[in-house]
Design a protein. Structure first.
Length: 456
């Protein structure tokens, strides 16, 4: 039952079956038992009345009149199969059997004397089976058992007409239930088809939204709950479209800031260095032309490096966010480059080789490390630098420590703001983008430590 229509049909069928059971069981099982009980109750009263009717004839020992009375009552009572009177000492006093008395009945369904001793109006009913079917033997005392007991056998044949009438009613009810079931299935099938079409349209619309199609609109079917749901989906589409536009605007701003920081971290510093060396070369041309030539050669190498970094920056801008690269290979390359360019010994310690990060997050983390290493190479005069990476409680911890000359952090921040150098601020901003932290501790003559914490 995967479809709504099949569920509708199943449950309406279950409902009608339960209705049928709730009607058939009382009419076919409980009602016949109730009718039997009522008929036996009626027959018991008839037997009790007859026991009082025969008292005078028993007292006068008028057996001929007694036998005629019993046969007349048997003839007038359709359910009665036999009637006889039995006394404890005399045995069979009178009966409707004539001479063919079934001997088994003389000892069957005897009344207990305890009821007679207590003066109670007692009786007993027992069932047996013969060729005619089920017979109920009703035994009642005659004059509290002093004159014996009267037995009347009834077959309950009169109930057949009543039960047959109810069975006819059952058949009509069965026809009505079957017809109602068929009509219900047809109605619910039509209703299910209608609802399934509406729900399928809603599902297709939601799927289109999931694919990013924000221009499609679904019409409102009606004023019911499904119509309200369709209106809600339309409102959600409009809100999603507005949010996506806003996210695009924010993404453009973030991308612009990222490109600006990339230019600062790479090209701006390199170009500033080239300008200083050009100024130095200009002075050397007038004073020491030979040294000026060597400086120009260095400038040529520096310019080539700037070109290479420019190409790398353009490649990074074009590179899709999800492109695959090795974080630890890039980290080792940065460490080797610092060692080659600045003659600083660099050690890399990694406590966890597998770190789950997106490519974009890895890029930003590498930019922070790269800026920290650039600062060590340019300003620290250090001989050694240690990079430690590990994960503690879902936080990526990166520490970069050097044994250089150190600096006063407040003074450096003030001078950076004055000279419009944004290296430290850019590092903190990148960490902030990743919901992380960046702490710098340094003192003159004691080296510098940069500690980064990024959620992963």
């Amino acid at each position: 039952m995967k479809t709504l229509l099949s569920k509708f049909i199943f449950w309406i069928s279950v409902l009608f079956v339960l209705m049928g059971i709730s009607i058939f069981v009382p009419l076919t099982v409980l009602l016949p038992k109730k009718i039997d009980a009522q008929i036996l109750k009626r027959d018991l009263k008839i037997a009790q009345y007859l026991s009082r009717e025969v008292q005078d004839l028993l007292l006068t020992d008028n057996r001929v009149a007694l036998e005629l009375l019993l046969k007349e009552r048997l003839k007038n009572f359709d359910d009665a199969e036999y009637i006889f009177i039995r006394a404890e000492k005399k045995g069979m006093v009178s009966s409707t059997f004539g001479r063919n008395i079934p001997r088994g009945l003389l000892a069957f369904n005897k009344l207990e004397k305890t009821g007679a001793a207590a003066g109670k109006d007692y009786s007993n009913i027992k069932k047996f089976t013969n060729d005619s079917g089920e017979i109920f033997d009703i035994a009642v005392p005659v004059m509290s058992g002093q004159l014996g007991e009267l037995h009347m056998g009834v077959s309950l044949n009169s109930r057949k007409e009543d039960i047959g009438m109810f069975l006819d009613v059952n058949y009509y009810i069965a026809i009505i239930i079957v017809a109602g079931l068929g009509a219900g299935i047809i109605v619910f099938t039509l209703l299910g088809v209608m609802l399934s079409r509406r729900i399928r349209k809603l599902s297709d619309f939601a799927f289109a939204l999931g694919r990013g199609n924000m221009n499609e609109e679904i019409g409102r079917f009606s004023e019911d709950e499904i119509g309200s749901l369709a209106a809600s989906l339309n409102r959600m589409r409009i809100l999603l479209k507005e949010k996506i536009e806003k996210i695009r605007e924010l993404s453009l701003i973030e991308e612009r800031d990222r490109i600006g920081m990339d230019f600062h971290d790479g090209l701006a510093q390199e170009l500033a260095n080239i300008i200083k060396r050009i100024e130095l070369a200009e002075r050397l041309i007038r004073l020491k032309p030979s040294k000026a030539l060597g400086e120009l050669k260095e400038l040529r190498i520096g310019t080539i490096n700037v070109l290479s970094k420019t190409r790398e920056l353009i490649h990074n801008i074009k590179m899709p966010v999800g492109s695959k690269y090795s974080f630890f290979e890039e980290l080792n390359m940065l460490a080797k480059k610092l060692k080659k360019d600045s003659k600083i010994s660099v050690s890399v310690k990694v406590n966890k080789r597998k770190i789950n990060m997106t490519a974009e997050k890895k890029n930003i983390v590498l930019y922070i490390i790269k800026e920290a290493l650039n600062n060590i190479g340019k300003h620290s005069f250090a001989k050694k630098a240690d990079i430690c990476i590990g994960v503690e409680k879902s936080i990526l911890r990166i520490s970069i420590v050097d044994n250089g000359r150190g600096f006063d952090l407040n003074e450096r921040l003030w001078r950076s703001k004055k000279d419009k150098k944004w290296g430290i601020n850019n590092m903190r901003q990148r960490a902030y983008i990743l919901n992380g932290t960046l702490d710098i501790s340094s003192k003159a003559g004691e080296g510098t430590a940069v500690v980064v914490g990024i959620p992963v």
